[in-house]
Design a protein around this ligand. Sequence first.
Ligand SMILES: [Zn+2]
Length: 323
Amino acid sequence: MSPKHPTHLRAHTYHGLAPGPRLLVTGAVHGNETCGTRAITQLLEEIDGGALSIERGTVTFVPVTNPLAYRLKQRMGERNLNRNMAPSAIPQDFEDRIANVLCPLLDAHDVLLDLHSFHTGGAPFVMIGPQNNQGALEPFTHAPEEMQLALHTGPHRIVEGWLETYARGVKRRTALAEASGGGRAQSLVTDPNYGVGTTEYMRSRGGYGVTLECGQHEDPQAVQVARYAILQTLGLLGLIAQPAAPVPMEREILRLVDVIDREHAGDSFTREWHSFDAVKAGEAIGTRHGGEAITAPADGFVVFPNPRGEVGQEWFYFAQRRA
Ligand SMILES: [Zn+2]
């Protein structure tokens, strides 16, 4: 490893003296998303100074989950830590080494609050997993608890169905890659395990968790969003005496239904899309290199548009309001 590579992962654990659930709070899984790091740093000081008391259960804070990416002030170190999350016997890169200590930490907790931020402006949102199911992809039994957690973290908008949609995109991508001969680079992005990040890993191990997108990377308000969500989660789980504030009735739940890959460097959007821009059925979203229009299959929303997405990877997601 290069000398600039960090050699440890820092975690802070508080054990309440009464029994209770075990919560893990992570910041900077993506190195340039530091609102969680800052909110965690504030709260560590408050707990250590006696202003906030952990009374039940266990909470572990990991302020900087990808220390290499954090040091580089960028999203990834050697790769995206929030993909292909699993222990490996023979780690291939820095993120594999982090996963080898992070996965046992995830295993040792029941609930995960993973704090992120995003590049373009817009309101905070929270991502949840599937509904309860016994399918092969992401079997799950904690959907009601996870929804309660999501509701209490604060944002008005909840997004669901990511792994299922991602896996469907991977299947389509695999078919395309096989048709065109395929290569080793293709094999990673055609592996459905590649879609497994922190929350998906947590669910695969019997826990639950949410990804909170707190706001734009540089927005100071994002730190407040992260802080509020941590305090609400501590209250909801009963780790602190102060109960969580009640949640407003009105929420918007969006279901990701499709992912569209960028197939050629010449594929372009019809305009600059932001996440959650509404589109009408048939409205043009982009144009393929060959001139074919990519249109909305129904009334819905453009989500996670990436105009500079790599060829053969996600270009944008399409979401609809949950019925
Ligand atoms: Zn992120």
